[in-house]
Design a protein around this ligand. Sequence first.
Ligand SMILES: *Cc1c(COP(=O)(O)O)cnc(C)c1O
Ligand SMILES: [Zn+2]
Length: 411
Amino acid sequence: MVMDHVQTLRCTLCSATYDPDQVIYTCPNHEGVKGILEVEYDYDVVLDRFEEAVDGTIPSQWKYRAFLPVHEETEPVTLNEGGTELYEAPNLSAELGVDTQVKDDGHCPTGVLKDRASSVSVTKAREHGRDVVTCASTGNAAASLSGYAARAGVNCRIFVPGAAPEGKLAQPLVYGADVLAVDGTYDEAYDLSTEATEEYGWYNRNAAINPFQVEGKRTVGLELAEQTREDPPDWLVFSMGDGCTIYGGWKGYREMADLGFVDDTPKMLGVQAEGASAIHEVFHDHDDVTEVAETLADSIAVGRPRNTVKACKALEESGGTSLLVTDEEILAAERTLGSTEGIYAEPAGAAPVAGVRTALAEGIIEPAESVCVVVTGNGLKDTKSAMKATGDVTHIDPDLGDVQELYGTNR
Ligand SMILES: *Cc1c(COP(=O)(O)O)cnc(C)c1O
Ligand SMILES: [Zn+2]
């Protein structure tokens, strides 16, 4: 059984190629996990199989099955991830001063864009006959993988930093995963998950090293291309942690352009938190790259991003750039997004909105351009951060007098 639409896995550093049907994570010619692999396709075969109408109707990401690195006979493990709404956002546009649309992936089944990748990787784990899947996660990847593992009936063992928001720890527990809260940082949890994978032969979903993860995430780009085909935005904005999501978004959009389904591609704007800025620093050629991860936007609190290579590729190829925002700006953006459009994002999901504000102030984005921000995660998982953004509720007695004190009498 071969995947005839998948040509090869190619190392982004030395161009060595590997059989896509092997379980391989990174190119062994390089130290650690540096040798990130890229999945390459035979687009004649992809196009042959992609018979769907590109008309904006997207039931789930599996509309793009022809693009995904799974065997023709394989039954996908899916909860109908993807196919998320692209909203016009007139109030937000007025507030920011630039024409803005919002793609809300907080509506994916476990509340996060990562479901696109989890669906693909659990499908791959089953193809390879693996009955244990694992990953390291700042929270969302763990919760997401756990849900899909439950769906597939495979065991899930995940490594998270002990400080992850409670909502993100409760969720994988409900999905029946073993949640190993590592007394350390995300980076330490990541290294431990890699060691455990080697020790036990579990199937590792870690996005940056599992070449198929980006392939799942890129359906967000395929969808965006389809949804904006009549008028591609000038800018497509993602937050960056390890850097896989933005590259997935770019690769998908670019493919749709290469295949003639859209005329133009957007510039990618990558947004990082000031306290976790490694990709931004590499992209802008800083001499010293700071390896800390100090931000309340836990999903992008990554000190040593595992996919800087692909993230920078997305920024470069698209003619885009990156910038940093503060935690205060992220929290303000969370509130702005919620109060202008009714979209509740977690901090990392709101960071792109903060990024647009900064980009406008710095003249990176022109007011006459158009922007699409991708909300990568749902705010309901992290109410603690949200309360920092909003301040407290108004406490009153069960007495109309207290209401009248606030709003006056209505006589
Ligand atoms: C994981 C995640 C990101 C960052 O994705 P990377 O692929 O690590 O860059 C952004 N937002 C949310 C909500 C996430 O869960
Ligand atoms: Zn290599």
